[in-house]
Write a protein that binds this ligand. Structure first.
Ligand SMILES: Cc1cc2nc3c(=O)[nH]c(=O)nc-3n(C[C@H](O)[C@H](O)[C@H](O)COP(=O)(O)OP(=O)(O)OC[C@H]3O[C@@H](n4cnc5c(N)ncnc54)[C@H](O)[C@@H]3O)c2cc1C
Length: 410
């Protein structure tokens, strides 16, 4: 990394943009594409470019690759989808890895990936602003290195790989600030060990909220799960195959509506009527809903059995929190020792990318739906914003590399 930094400083001396400047901010001309973010998406696109002989520069705010997986995930996490749907381009998972690799295995795979492709991001380098400069015909990318050194990069291609999960969503709940027990987002939750014997309110019923409840049960805590809206809960596996894999296979032959019916029928047979336990199903089927809104169905890894036995209690919404308790929409009140916010994440693109055409300034996601959201104007690209996890990121990465190669040929 330091070699790269020195090399860039060297390039700066020969950079026409930095000559005669009065600004104390170092200016660096990047020869190839500049990638913001060294998560799986950033690594994937850098590897695809490398395969074509195109060097890129990756800037990463954290001190390591895949910071979401390193720092913001719980210990018991495994990939939710089978490994063949999560591998990055040009490198499958090792054959001895299980179908659903653990978090540590996934991290070791990413490290091997970065090593194999000799990807060396500039770490501790946060991009704080990027904009297209019509005058000079470059993207101007301002960054802060080690929280103090401001550096401005100039590049022809800017690839946004900061992820759909860049910042935690903290819900606005009355009384959240006065609650006296610990209040933690799932990004800081590691294990249920510290909640042993405690009564814990888990707000949010996506895959993380459900799994955290299960983990809490396994550590003899008493979780209460808040399910404010409807939710599709599907078995993790159906007929011995991953539900996701089976759906992908059926979608090759059947319309989405029929596959949804099939999934719901089998879920009903395997799990029973989930609405009897407070988990009402949305109007649209699970695949259709994912397609329309990006909302991922919950793939049950054992939580539902605990809900059935009453070890996890379901509540339909919190109206407010007090010093030690929560008041629910049905008027009931329960005391709690801790609150866990399983309320998800959002993109941070609008906070630093000054651009209005490609990304929506409200949610920071590309305005165009998959598969068209990867390319903007003036050499701007997005990788990993498809709401289709790692599979979507790999598709984007290959497209972007092909497109840049084409630009270089012309
Ligand atoms: C608990 C959990 C489980 C998941 N399980 C799966 C799964 O099984 N399968 C699947 O396909 N997907 C899963 N996902 C989705 C997950 O988002 C992707 O797997 C993957 O992490 C996306 O990669 P990414 O590189 O797009 O984003 P990220 O992994 O979020 O990486 C983005 C990187 O950009 C950096 N960054 C952000 N802003 C800046 C900035 N301004 N300047 C510089 N750097 C910046 C961040 O530090 C980060 O390292 C899961 C997500 C979570 C939260």
């Amino acid at each position: 990394m330091d070699d790269y930094w020195k090399e860039l400083q060297g390039k700066r001396l020969h950079d026409p943009l930095s000559k005669n400047q009065v600004s104390p901010i170092p200016h660096i001309l990047v020869q190839g594409p500049l990638i913001v973010g060294a998560g799986p998406s950033g690594l994937a696109v850098a590897a695809c470019l490398k395969q074509k002989g195109i060097q890129s520069l990756i800037l990463e705010r954290a001190e390591c690759i895949a910071s979401l997986w390193q720092f913001k995930t719980y210990d018991r996490l495994r990939l939710h989808l089978p490994k063949q749907f999560c591998q990055l381009p040009f490198m499958p998972f090792p054959s001895h890895f299980p179908t659903y690799p653990t978090k540590q295995q996934f991290l070791s795979y990413l490290k091997a990936y970065a090593d194999y492709f000799k990807l060396k991001p500039v770490f501790n380098c946060t991009v704080i602003r990027a904009e297209w400069d019509e005058g000079c015909g470059f993207w101007k990318v301002k960054s802060v290195r080690d929280q103090k050194v401001v550096v401005e990069y100039f590049c022809k291609w800017l690839i946004v790989a900061t992820g759909e999960n860049a910042e935690e969503i903290i819900p606005q709940i009355e009384g959240l600030e006065i609650f006296e027990g610990p209040v933690v987002h799932t990004s800081s939750y590691k294990t249920g060990e510290e909640f042993h014997g405690k009564k814990v309110l888990v707000i949010g019923c996506g895959n993380s909220g459900m799994e955290v409840c299960l983990d809490l049960c396994n550590f003899n805590a008493s979780p209460y799960l808040v399910v404010r809206n409807s939710v599709h809960i599907l078995p993790h596996e159906i007929l011995g195959r991953s539900t996701f894999g089976l759906s992908m296979c059926l979608l090759r032959w059947l319309p989405m509506r029929i596959v949804d019916h099939f999934l719901l029928l089998l879920s009903r047979l395997m799990l029973g009527d989930t609405s009897k336990l407070g988990l009402h199903r949305p109007k649209f089927g699970p695949l259709q809903l994912k397609n329309l809104s990006g909302k991922t169905p919950v793939l049950d890894v054992g939580t539902f059995a605990k809900i059935k036995t009453g070890k996890i209690k379901v509540r339909s919404g919190v109206t407010r929190l007090t010093h030690r308790a929560a008041e629910f929409v049905d008027g009931s009140v329960e005391n709690f020792d801790a609150v866990i916010l399983a309320t998800g994440y959002k993109s941070n693109v609008p906070s630093w990318l000054k651009e209005r055409h490609m990304f929506d300034e409200k949610d920071g996601m590309p305005r165009k739906e998959f598969p068209n959201g990867w390319k903007g104007e003036y050499g701007l690209y997005a990788v990993g914003f498809t709401k289709r996890g790692l599979l979507g990121a790999s598709i984007d990465a290959k497209r972007i590399a092909d497109d840049i190669e084409l630009c270089l040929e012309n």
